[in-house]
Design a protein around this ligand. Structure first.
Ligand code: NAD
Length: 491
């Protein structure tokens, strides 16, 4: 059996890529090659950009009320194919089916919110700003938008952008992660069924060279990016230098502080799900678990027990809590960081460095690991591990914990577990992160709120989702208007 080499979807048709380079996509639970991602060339990016620019001329003149009819149809198709898409996510990413379903639910939520565009993109009007003069502001699309996406949410992240971008009158090029391209390949079959005019939605597979061609292309007006911080920085700098509007979401190292008055059962369950869900490969995964004022005496044993009990395996199998990590290279990198933690003085409360899953011996599995005795200055307290590793720290006071959090490079999320309103309020006010969780372990904003990263977790001004998305995908035009004649009945 030959493995499918994926096609691009450009200008309303599926097209084989002429790129010489490619990547074999592996099911991380079995190691089996399930597809081949072609690395599209700058010439192919050019054809997609031209198609999108041509389509945008008519698309932006299509009334918003008509544009959202396509989104209603898309929502219905996504619902009808919900389980198929979720299974595809598990097969290419490894996360368990329940997590994949949660991801698709979040994707669809963005389509639903974007259906409100006729209200969301209303302008402003002021009558008589001077005698006989009116002034108003209207929102117009920015033009062609390209979205560059990571491997860890192959179904959701493109939908942080696509629905808002097209609802506001832009046309779109999606570049999925080369490691998880199949979910978008399926989603674009549905987008094709929706019947968008050719060129409104485009899919271009590829890697670095493809990304750089998107960043440089003169017909592309805005870039959204989600991925690691070094690449986010590169994307932000290069696309801004080319005069584009950019939002680039980067990596994270999310701290969670636990006070001794936190509810033990709830906190343990939520923290475990946050650290080990999606095998720790979430930008909102809790990473540094900071025990405050002796809370470790209560939580150390229960966290260890819960970690030991987590069932690791193939995400489509019943009763599995955690799947594999994305690649063998990723597994080796994570094992290396655990060794670094040990060499710097941490100890293993739970050792998950090796995992054998019967029937899946070729999979890229790790078990949950808890590194205890981590200090704020340790490498593992500062580095995004992006794997199933909890780093456990102990600090004396809430102030110490906030100081530690605010000294970090990233600002994606920070959470507190407590039953004290005063402590939670102080934390909410002072912790330097864009998304705050109070007795919540994955503070992922609903689609009508912005996904607010700070510091090295975000480069740009306007974030994804909600009203920020509407502002990002539109440019304001202000009109000052005077008519020389007063209206009269006789012409
Ligand atoms: P990545 O940075 O390796 O890749 C992201 C995208 O950038 C891919 O499409 C890839 O093709 C492209 N790319 C990679 N290297 C490039 C280069 N040198 N030049 C041009 N393009 C390049 O990220 P990943 O491993 O796919 O995803 C994991 C990272 O994403 C983690 O750091 C995670 O925290 C982050 N992430 C952040 C958020 C957020 O909302 N802040 C959400 C999800 C993931």
């Amino acid at each position: 059996m030959t493995t499918e080499r994926l096609n691009n979807y450009v200008d309303g048709a599926w097209r084989a890529s002429e790129g010489a380079g490619s990547l074999a996509v592996q099911n991380p639970a079995t190691g089996a090659v399930i597809a081949v991602t072609p690395f599209s060339t700058p010439g192919e990016v050019d054809r997609a950009a031209r198609a999108a620019a041509r389509a945008q001329v008519a698309w932006r003149r299509t009334p918003a009320t008509e544009r959202i009819q396509y989104l209603f149809k898309l929502k219905a198709l996504l619902e009808a194919n919900f389980d198929d898409l979720a299974r595809q996510i598990t097969l290419e990413n490894g996360k368990v089916l329940d997590d994949a379903r949660g991801e698709m639910r979040r994707a669809i939520e963005n389509v639903e919110v974007a259906c409100g565009i006729p209200m969301l993109m209303l302008g402003d009007f002021s009558e008589d700003i001077a005698r006989g003069i009116d002034e108003y502001m209207i929102r117009q699309p920015v033009g062609v938008v390209a979205s560059i996406c990571p491997f860890n949410f192959p179904g959701m992240i493109p939908f942080w952008y696509l629905p808002y971008a097209i609802a506001t009158g832009n046309t779109v090029i999606i570049k999925p992660s080369e490691r998880t391209p199949l979910t978008m390949a399926k989603a674009f079959q549905l987008l094709e069924q929706v019947g968008f005019p050719p060129g409104v939605v485009n899919l271009v597979h590829g890697s670095h060279e493809t990304v750089n061609a998107l960043l440089d292309h003169p017909l592309i007006n805005a870039i959204t990016f989600v991925g690691s911080t070094p690449v986010a920085r590169h994307v932000y700098a290069r696309a801004s230098a080319a005069g584009k509007r950019v939002q680039a979401q980067g990596g994270a190292k999310n701290p969670v502080i636990v006070l001794p008055d936190a509810d033990v059962d709830m906190t343990t369950k939520i923290v475990m799900d946050s650290v080990f869900g999606n095998a720790g490969q979430r930008c909102l995964a809790a990473a540094n678990i900071v025990m405050v004022a002796g809370a470790e005496k209560i939580f150390r044993p229960v966290l260890a027990e819960a970690a030991e009990q987590r069932v690791v395996g193939f995400g489509l199998d019943q009763g599995v809590h955690m799947g594999p990590v994305i690649t063998p290279q990723s597994k080796t990198r994570i094992q290396g960081l655990i060794e670094t933690g040990l060499s710097e003085g941490a100890s293993l409360l739970v050792d998950g460095r090796e995992a054998r899953v019967a029937g899946y011996e070729e999979g890229f599995f790790l078990r949950p690991t808890i590194l205890d005795g981590v200090r704020p200055e340790h490498t593992v307290a500062r580095t995004e591990i992006f794997g199933p590793v909890m780093t456990l720290l102990s600090l004396d006071t809430v102030d110490d914990a906030i100081t530690f959090i605010n000294s970090g490079q990233y600002g994606n999320m920070a959470c507190v577990f407590t039953s004290s309103g005063a402590a939670a309020r102080k934390f909410r006010n002072e912790a330097q992160a864009g998304n705050i969780g109070i007795n919540i372990g994955v503070a992922a904003p609903m689609a009508f709120f912005p996904f607010s990263g700070w510091k090295d977790s975000f480069f740009g001004t306007l974030h994804g989702q909600g009203k920020h998305a509407v502002e990002f995908f539109t440019q304001t035009k202000v009109v000052v208007e005077r008519w020389l004649k007063e209206w009269s009945r006789t012409f």
